[in-house]
Design a protein around this ligand. Structure first.
Ligand code: PLP
Ligand code: COI
Length: 361
């Protein structure tokens, strides 16, 4: 399937774009173009159109506004040493987008079509990809229900869209993230939508995020819905615990029980940590084990991981059960080693032995 390309006639002037890309923030500026592609039950997927970034018009009765039938992805394009651009594991995002679609009863977009739209937008807006290490072009594919009607049923029309925003380095090594372990709210239960990347999960998380902020914390940590003790994930990121220190350390992450979002960064770190010679383990960790492990020193570092921030150290944890701090509250050595290795692979300065990077330009 080919894409219809209509370049914008009002692209941001070069000098202004360069200024924006030099201090991008996150989600502050959007590139000159977007992709839209319609799906209908009768005709399936239409031809994707790449065109000027612009507001869209929707009927007020479009189903997405009423029943929240929406999914999204988050992925990045990185500048390479030769000035080219490469995507990090785009096939993994395409596959997860399909799984999310299935769970939310939206149409499954063929992976090849998804990848073609991403490739086309990155090529068209290549001038928006930052150069500095830790910076990237954050790409946001999303899809929502557009059938007009208030009946509660899977929509027979959907719109897929793709936008992109230059993203700065999220990471401030001086500040480890402070987390609030929520015993009041639940993110996901088995049979629910925890494994899907759907807008509704984030809508449901906001009140907990606000409660965390009220406690002076940056992020909320979710625990399981049934026993209310197993650590699952943090806000929009997965969690890792470093047990022990030095070369004999074990890098541990909560296993995918069906209620966690299967993070692509999480999956990549399982390989990166093993490549670096660490023991890697997926399992269950309770809040008590977290507190006791930190107190005894067995847990030496904690970090969160996700596409947006890549790797963020977690320092202080607060909860109804008390407050405890990991190590000296500063980013740990292994955390930084894993972060720098992953970023090195993404920026093409460390060999990509897993064939994760897909060259665009
Ligand atoms: N967990 C949640 C709830 C998320 O929203 C994200 C972000 O995408 C992640 C984990 C990390 O996933 P990934 O590494 O694929 O970005
Ligand atoms: C992540 O990429 O880690 C995210 O949490 C994405 C977020 C902006 C929804």
């Amino acid at each position: 399937m080919s894409i219809t390309i209509t370049p914008s006639n009002h692209a941001v002037p070069d000098s202004e774009r360069r200024e924006k890309v030099a201090a991008p923030g996150f989600g502050k500026y959007y590139t000159d173009h977007m992709v839209v592609c319609e799906w209908t039950e009768e005709d399936g997927w239409g031809v994707p159109e790449l065109k000027a970034y612009a507001p869209i018009s929707l009927d007020p009765a479009a189903m997405v506004f009423h029943y929240g039938q929406e999914i999204f992805e988050g992925m990045k394009a990185y500048r390479q040493p030769d000035g080219g651009i490469a995507l990090f594991r785009p096939e993994a995002n395409a596959a997860r987008f399909k799984r999310s679609a299935e769970r939310i009863a939206l149409p499954q977009m063929p992976e090849a079509l998804f990848l073609e739209t991403v490739d086309a937008l990155v090529k068209q807006d290549a001038g928006w990809v930052p150069d500095k290490v830790g910076e990237s072009l954050y790409i946001r594919p999303f899809m929502f229900a557009t059938e007009v009607g208030l009946g509660v049923r899977p929509s027979n029309r959907a719109l897929y869209m793709l936008i992109a925003t230059p993203a700065g380095a999220y990471f401030n090594p001086a500040n480890a993230v402070t987390v609030w372990i929520s015993t009041e709210y639940v993110r996901a239960a088995l049979g629910g939508t925890g494994e899907a990347k759907c807008g509704g999960n984030y809508a449901a998380s906001l009140v907990a995020q606000r409660a965390a902020a009220k406690e002076g914390c940056d992020q909320v940590v979710w625990i399981d819905a049934v026993e209310r003790k197993w650590v699952e994930e943090m806000g929009g990121m997965n969690l890792y615990f470093v047990k022990g220190t030095g070369a004999s350390a074990t890098i541990f992450t909560p296993k995918l029980t069906g209620t966690l979002l299967p993070g692509i960064t999480r999956d990549s770190i399982l390989s990166v940590a093993a490549d670096l010679g660490y023991k890697v383990e997926e399992g269950m960790i309770s809040v008590d084990e977290w507190r006791d492990g930190v107190a005894s020193g067995e847990i030496s570092e904690i970090f969160a991981c996700g596409t947006a921030a890549v790797v963020s150290p977690v320092g202080c944890a607060k909860s109804a059960m008390g407050t405890w701090v990991t190590g000296d509250g500063k980013p740990g050595e292994i955390t930084m080693q894993i972060r720098n290795t992953l970023l090195g692979i993404q920026h093409g300065t460390i060999p990509d032995t897993h064939n994760w990077m897909k060259k665009v330009l």
